[in-house]
Design a binder for this molecule. Sequence first.
Ligand code: KG4
Ligand code: ZN
Length: 343
Amino acid sequence: MLVLGIETSCDETGVAIVEDGTRVRSNLVASQVPIHAKYGGVVPELASRNHVVNLTPLISRCLGECGLTLDDVDAVAVTSGPGLVGSLLVGLSTAKSLAYVRSVPLIGVNHIEAHIHANFLGEAPPEFPFLALVASGGHTCIIECADYGQYRLLGQTRDDAAGEAFDKVAKLIGLPYPGGPSIEKSAVAGNPQAIDFPRPMTDKDNLDFSFSGLKTAVLYFVREHGPLVQDGSATGTSRADLCASFQAAVVDVLIRKVQLAVRKTGIRTAVLAGGVVANQSLRARIVDEAGLDASRLHIPHLDYCVDNGAMVAAAGYFRLQRGEHADTTLNADPSLRIGTPAV
Ligand code: KG4
Ligand code: ZN
């Protein structure tokens, strides 16, 4: 079965054709990074306008790349939330039209669920039950996945997402958007112990996160000690040291919460998802430090960590297998929740 996946929840326009929920035939992303970079973050109005410009040509290219036409598509999956409402609506209206004219099922997919399903693309999908850490520019949460479609939200951020913290700190110290890759690059030459930034919420026996205080701690540090000096200077704080110390704080928090989730649930199989898991320091440290089983840790290929259409097609396929699909009343839900919250 060939599923067309459409992702427009934030700033990336993603389109893919995935066979049987696992084999990617084509996956294209029209990045809007250059458009939003000069603002240091995503501008919602610009994002939706550019989805309108990008989406239809991207669908044509995606089909053309694997020698298919719309007639070959068996179902259309689309992100219906959470995300920016204007952006979501562009994907939804396009998906609805295509499903309607082709008389094929339309499947609405939760964006977080889609990120988790990035781990099903390929030969060795994770076995249930597993824990999922989703860390991106818009979301940071830990979910217990008992089976296909059975999700329990164990904890989430109470304010900024981890990626958002990277983006805001980068802006604060004059590094380009998106902040994650910029900070990671600068951190390579820095000392992660140079500045003792807080590890918010790690003293709490719950799986919630909070990153806005950490961002403020960086702001106060820069105000008090700035300006940052050149890397390698004998005195003062370098940008590399600040980046390495900030990155270490975020990674510590993410790892400690996964460690707590392992302790609370007894589940040692895990999947990582979302743009932040592109971070090499997180990838390198998480198995040993979070108490996971190395052979049962799944991390998507970098192309599928960030927002993309293939993960949406995969999640849509497995929904359809369970007999779940939508009709043309499907609407955007900017704060769509996944699973039942753990209280
Ligand atoms: O999943 P994604 O593409 O979009 C959202 O759904 O938000 O994630 C983008 C986020 C951005 O905040 C970006 O700064 C962050 O992921 N990110 C990283 C890295 N690469 C991207 N954060 C830390 N380290 C990275 N290498
Ligand atoms: Zn995302």
